[in-house]
Design a protein around this ligand. Structure first.
Ligand SMILES: [Zn+2]
Length: 186
């Protein structure tokens, strides 16, 4: 399960300063930051600030902000995907799919953990209720009652089997059960 989180593969972006220079933005360094007249709105005094460490920009005039991808999206009216292509980010399609898959996996892990706890509590409650029914039936019992109790005992055995998986087995077994009960594919 944890390998799904570890395999997260961030997009490798081009340097924001180099990209801005290619766009014709004239940057002046002040301390650790760079400043320019904002290329996204019309202005005379520079209020467009670039943080080279974080690889982000922020405009105090128009409040537009973000990373290099957000910048070209704003500047050229591109979609996220178009911006990746524009910036020549390699395997942009694969990376984009990967980002979505990672998001889905994280969501899946979240629902797995929630299900694990809920199902365990639910099974404990069910088992308690079933055992109380068995304990409350005292002989003499009719044939119908005996049959019903035998069925109930069968149900208890099955619930105990599930409960044991959720209490004592490892994540792999629990996850198999999760997929089976909730109908998730691989
Ligand atoms: Zn601006």
């Amino acid at each position: 399960m944890n390998t799904a989180l570890k395999s997260y593969n961030p997009i490798i972006k081009p340097d924001i300063l180099a990209a801005l220079q290619r766009e014709g933005v004239i940057l002046r360094q002040k301390g650790r930051a760079f400043w320019a007249s904002c290329p996204l709105h019309s202005e005379k005094t520079p209020s467009f600030k670039v943080d080279p460490e974080r690889q982000t920009f922020y405009c105090f005039g128009c409040r537009r902000h973000g990373d290099v991808i957000a910048f070209v999206m704003e500047r050229h009216g591109l979609t996220f995907r178009e911006a990746l292509t524009y910036l020549g980010i390699e395997n942009s399609r694969i990376d984009y799919v990967q980002v979505r898959k990672n998001k889905e996996r994280r969501a899946l892990i979240g629902s797995f953990r929630a299900w694990e706890k809920e199902r365990r509590d639910e099974l404990a409650t069910l088992l308690r209720a079933c055992r109380q029914v068995i304990a409350s039936r005292k002989p003499p019992l009719s044939e119908t009652e005996l049959e019903a109790l035998a069925l109930l005992q069968g149900e208890i055995d099955y619930l105990e089997y599930l409960y044991d998986i959720l209490c004592n087995r490892d994540d792999r077994d629990k996850y198999e059960l999760f997929k089976e009960e909730l109908g998730y594919g691989e």
